[in-house]
Design a protein around this ligand. Structure first.
Ligand SMILES: [Zn+2]
Length: 213
């Protein structure tokens, strides 16, 4: 079986997504890029704890896939990100409680905390509502990313991308944490927002965030 290591890593990341609490049931899906034309993605409707490496689907960016297992119904979002975002090597889509709660208000998450800079920009935008799995949903998502790597999807959840599977999981956990903090802050008042200058200073530091070399 080709790409066995990558398949195992994908399953490991799925299990970590569940144990971190950002995923409920089988609603989340994860993928990683293989080359310029292909990526690996989780199959549709299989519980992570039962998932085996052969069930991970090899897909082309045009939607064709190999084998008997159907890819996640949200494969379009993954494919569209890999087509456009050259720095994307891993994509995570999930319905974490706090990010999803905010998505139901159809509101962006502004720069209430400097950690918003982890998304590569100073706002997490919320894409318009569209039926799951559709081209329309994916199109709205791509616009909502702007210069960043994360967005909410109205009445649905969130999607983010990063340089590898470990980093995309870390990003998703941090985004859910930010959404929780934002809800808490809003529940006791109106959060003060950081200025553009303050966020630019934070963003400059985030360019090297997490790099140890
Ligand atoms: Zn979803």
């Amino acid at each position: 079986m080709p790409y066995t290591k990558q398949r195992q890593k994908l399953i490991k990341t799925c299990l970590a997504m569940s144990s971190s609490g950002i995923n409920q049931g089988t609603s989340g899906n994860i993928s990683c890029r293989l080359d310029e034309e292909h990526f690996l993605i989780t199959p549709s409707g299989i519980a992570y704890e039962d998932m085996t490496p052969d069930q991970i689907v090899t897909m082309a960016l045009n939607g064709e896939y190999e084998g008997r297992w159907k890819p996640s119904s949200e494969w379009r979002m993954h494919a569209d990100i890999y087509k456009v975002k050259e720095d994307a090597n891993a994509v995570l889509h999930a319905h974490p409680a706090h990010a999803t709660a905010l998505s139901c208000l159809r509101q962006d998450v502004p720069a209430f905390h400097y950690m918003i800079g982890i998304t590569g920009t100073n706002i997490i935008k919320c894409a318009p509502y569209a039926l799951f799995g559709t081209k329309e949903l994916s199109k709205g998502m791509m616009q909502a990313f702007g210069q960043g790597n994360t967005c909410l999807l109205s009445n649905h959840g969130m999607t983010c991308f990063s340089s590898n599977l470990d980093n995309v999981l870390k990003l998703a956990i941090e985004v859910e944490n930010l959404c929780r903090q934002y809800i808490l802050a809003r529940s006791i008042g109106t959060p003060a927002l950081l200025s553009k200058e303050e966020m630019n200073a934070a963003l400059a530091l985030f360019k090297d965030y997490g790099r140890q070399e």
